[in-house]
Design a protein around this ligand. Structure first.
Ligand code: ZN
Length: 465
């Protein structure tokens, strides 16, 4: 025990010798915060409570309202100095039911989900022959009326990767597949889920319609069902399926960003911004997406504050209605536009609960020495520093990008994230408590150090090159 303490003190001094940004005492506090975080089950108890006592949190539903009340109450119990909400509006949509089946030539059930925003079919569903395309681009390049009277099936399979790079190419077919299908004369749209899974759950997610283009039902089937449908079509006989979706657009809905802040001692207006999104899809309980991000950033802020007030404030923002199109984040930027320059560092956790393997920044070059100091204190957590200085910061930070605030990526291992993402299988048991603690420790180091650095971190918007 004693030797561990001496080692910690030595490690802190080594870093301090190279740093003008942090005192030896601050660096030893970072070591102590890390240690406490790696033994803390605070984040676990938060995500357990959210996913059990509230459950799924579709924007605009009574459960979403309950989640907002849950977050306000938790922030207060955890001792955050300021707790408030800010409204966000969005187009509200709810799902009632969905089912599908191959009707001929080999009748059997398909595991399907409606995509967010889908219209309903008639009560008996729609039935038509299926026409398969490998990619959205192939459909786009097909002749006019290529899919006339048919149900389009896009059979693109996303690839598995630690950083989730397969998601971008796959998600286009989810967002725009129904629009392009309708333009080619289709009466319905079904896609292979945006998924790396072997299970038989279908993955939902946001989709959109375009003014002037006929709205057709938009849906996704599991990987196993997509394989089956593909095999049948490849046999050469016409394949007909039935899709039945009952869902409804409900006009404008309202929810709330929930914000908790630990006030800084010297520069209270300047703040670190961390968080996740409070809403989720309705199929699972939104444990990975994004109960984990909510819980681990709340817990990290609490741990970063555990050594006393930080110099700058630490703000946790739980964004509303992310899944329907970043509506909470857009509202936050609009409401706080004049104060965004007060953000000294921002990072959103919205990629599950896998351990953090990399740390990267997107800041003004003058701030890179502070960034490197922060990175050096993450090394013992097995987090590597990526020096490209081009971090994105998380989905809800996309609306912040035009303002070039200092954004950071605390990159999680997402190798299996898209096995569960947006499915009924996104439940608490998929979170590894040890990985969750490592996330909390990394975020706590980040929040504490960015809040306490001698000189503030600045974004690429400030100063000229
Ligand atoms: Zn998410």
């Amino acid at each position: 025990m004693l030797s561990a303490l001496i080692f910690t003190a030595l490690a802190a001094n080594i870093v301090h010798a190279k740093s003008d940004n942090f005192s030896a005492q601050q660096l030893s506090q970072v070591e102590s915060i890390k240690k406490e975080a790696l033994e803390s089950d605070l984040a676990w108890s938060l995500v357990e409570s959210l996913t059990t006592e509230v459950g799924p949190r579709m924007p605009g539903t009574p459960s979403d309202k309950a989640a907002v009340a849950w977050a306000v109450a938790k922030f207060k119990t955890m001792g955050f100095d300021k707790v408030w909400t800010e409204p966000a509006t969005f187009p509200k949509w709810i799902r009632y039911s969905e089912s599908a089946a191959i009707v001929s030539p080999s009748p059997q059930k398909l595991h399907i989900t409606a995509l967010g925003n889908s219209i309903s079919t008639p009560k008996a569903g729609i039935q038509a022959e299926v026409i398969e395309f490998e990619t959205l681009a192939e459909l786009e390049n097909a002749p006019e009326n290529a899919a006339k009277g048919k149900i389009v099936f896009i059979n693109y399979r996303m690839n598995r990767d630690r950083d989730g790079n397969g998601y971008g190419p796959a998600v286009q077919a989810r967002r725009s597949g129904a629009v392009v299908s309708a333009q080619k004369g289709a009466v319905g749209y079904v896609m292979r889920s945006v998924s790396t899974a072997h299970h038989r759950f279908a993955h939902t997610g946001g989709s959109h319609y375009k003014d002037g283009v006929t709205k057709i039902v938009t849906s996704a089937i599991s990987n196993a069902d997509a394989d089956q449908l593909h095999r049948l079509i490849a046999l050469g006989k016409p394949v007909s399926i039935n899709i039945n979706v009952q869902a409804k657009s409900m006009g404008e809905g309202t929810s709330y960003n929930v914000i908790g802040e630990f006030t800084g001692s010297e520069l209270p207006n300047e703040h670190v911004l961390i968080g996740g999104h409070l809403d989720s899809w309705d199929l699972g309980t939104g444990a990975l997406d994004d109960g984990a991000g909510v819980a681990l950033t709340m817990a990290a802020a609490k741990l970063a504050r555990s050594k006393g007030q930080t110099k700058r404030s630490i703000r946790v923002v739980l964004f509303a209605a992310e899944e329907f199109g970043l509506w909470g984040a857009k509202a936050y930027v609009k409401a706080n536009e004049k104060r965004l320059n007060n953000i000294v560092a921002a990072a959103e956790s919205d990629f599950g609960a896998g351990r953090i393997w990399a740390f990267e920044s997107n800041v003004h070059a003058n701030s890179l020495p502070v960034v490197r100091d922060i990175a050096s204190m993450m090394k013992s957590l097995n987090v590597e520093y990526i020096g490209k200085n081009a971090a994105g910061g998380g989905p809800d930070l996309i609306p912040f990008r035009p303002f070039k605030i200092p954004a950071f990526g605390l990159e999680q291992d997402g190798t299996d994230y898209f096995d569960y993402h947006h499915t009924a299988d996104d439940t608490l048991d998929k979170i590894d408590p040890a990985n969750l603690r490592q996330n909390v420790a990394t975020y706590a180091v980040f929040a504490y150090m960015a809040a306490n650095a001698k000189t503030r971190i600045i974004g690429k918007n400030l100063l000229t090159k």
